[in-house]
Write a protein that binds this ligand. Structure first.
Ligand code: PLP
Length: 348
């Protein structure tokens, strides 16, 4: 008789480092958000903010919720995630099957948006369950800190890195990776990948077609002075690149990885012989019926015309090419570039 061996899969939080062409490497995460989720719970437990068997709550409509639900299940914590209708059923079922509770706010805050409605509900959850730990991925610097082992892993695998291409959402990964990679190579140049309608680099807020990156609020984790350049793409450029990543490199990834890939390819052609690493934040399963579907592409009018081969340089965040733009950021602050303060919503 074969003995039953208790068996559980330990997540590898580090990315697969995959060469795409000479001097261009992918740092491919099945779910990048596992990195801050697991680290923040460990730090909270270490600092006494999270007691054994305690409760974790957060507002999220993306993969940070998945990372938290997994880490809570493994650590024996209860987990409540406050989301909105943008949360797709597939991700919701996956999160709930881990034992987490998902609360979906069904309408925007009066006179406001869904983000505010989610935050209002989260505040109630915290009052209802005293002792709840809220990771606050946007503003908690443990998010950026969590990427130290990732930077060490990338350096070990590819040596000193000349260019890092990273999509920006909360800002945690680009912040942490640029700080830790510059310890090894202070000459590292960092290009942030953003999208149209995101306020992160000075555009006015608008509906974002390409999801997963960009933001409608100002997270404290965005380190503007880390960025040498910012590139802004939308679906017509990012989606074909995502499918090409799958077809040509057998990397089944999400659309923000496609955006990162397209930018990194372009950087590699501009700077031959320099080592480029591109962050690919998630796997493609959530997008199989959308950006991988010819019907969905046609229905959404995304197959029209040829996507541009190069980005168009913009002089300010207010004159971006509608397909693909790039901006010399030059490691400036948000205020230096836009003339406006960062985080105006925060009362100082
Ligand atoms: C799907 C997805 N997950 C995670 C991230 C990570 O971004 P950040 O560390 O800035 O939150 C991104 C960035 O664009 C993303 O597209």
């Amino acid at each position: 008789m074969t003995a039953t061996v208790p068996c559980t899969r330990a997540f590898n939080l580090l990315p697969d480092v995959i060469p795409l062409q000479a001097d261009l490497h992918a740092a491919f995460f099945e779910c990048l958000k596992r990195v801050p989720a697991w680290h923040m719970l460990a730090r909270a437990a270490q600092e006494g903010f999270l007691l054994p068997g305690g409760h974790v709550a957060e507002t999220t409509s993306g993969t940070f919720g998945l990372g938290l639900a997994e880490a809570c299940r493994a650590g024996g914590y209860a987990c409540t995630l406050v989301s909105d209708p943008a949360l797709d059923d597939g991700l919701r079922h996956r999160i709930e099957s881990l034992g987490a509770t998902v609360e979906v706010v069904d309408r925007p805050a009066p006179g406001g948006n869904f983000q505010q409605a989610r935050l209002a509900r989260l505040a109630e959850v915290v009052v209802e369950r005293p002792g709840t730990f809220v990771p606050h991925q946007y503003d908690n610097l443990w998010n950026a800190e969590s990427y130290a082992p990732v930077a060490a892993h990338l350096t070990e695998r590819v040596g000193p890195i000349d260019w890092l291409v990273a999509p920006v959402g909360s800002g945690g990964s680009s912040h942490g990776l640029s700080v830790y990679l510059r310890i090894v190579n202070p000459g590292l140049r960092v290009v942030g990948v953003d999208t149209h309608g995101s306020v992160l680099f000075g555009q006015p807020e608008d509906k974002r077609v390409l999801r997963g990156l960009g933001n409608s609020v100002h997270p404290a984790n965005v380190l503007h002075t880390a960025f040498d350049g910012v590139q802004c793409l939308w679906g017509r450029v990012a989606y074909p690149a995502t499918r090409r990543l799958h077809a040509e490199h057998r990397i089944f990834a999400g659309p923000t990885s496609g955006a990162s890939f397209r930018v990194a390819e372009w950087i590699a052609t501009q700077h031959l012989g320099q080592t480029v690493v591109a962050v690919f934040p998630d796997a493609g399963h959530r997008y199989a019926t959308t950006i991988y579907s010819p019907h969905w592409i046609a229905e959404n009018g995304l197959e029209v015309g040829e996507a541009p081969a190069d980005p168009t340089e913009a002089t300010t965040p207010l004159d971006l090419d509608p397909d693909w733009a790039w901006l010399r950021w030059g490691r400036r602050t948000f205020q230096e570039v836009t003339g406006r303060p960062w985080r105006p919503e925060v009362v100082r």
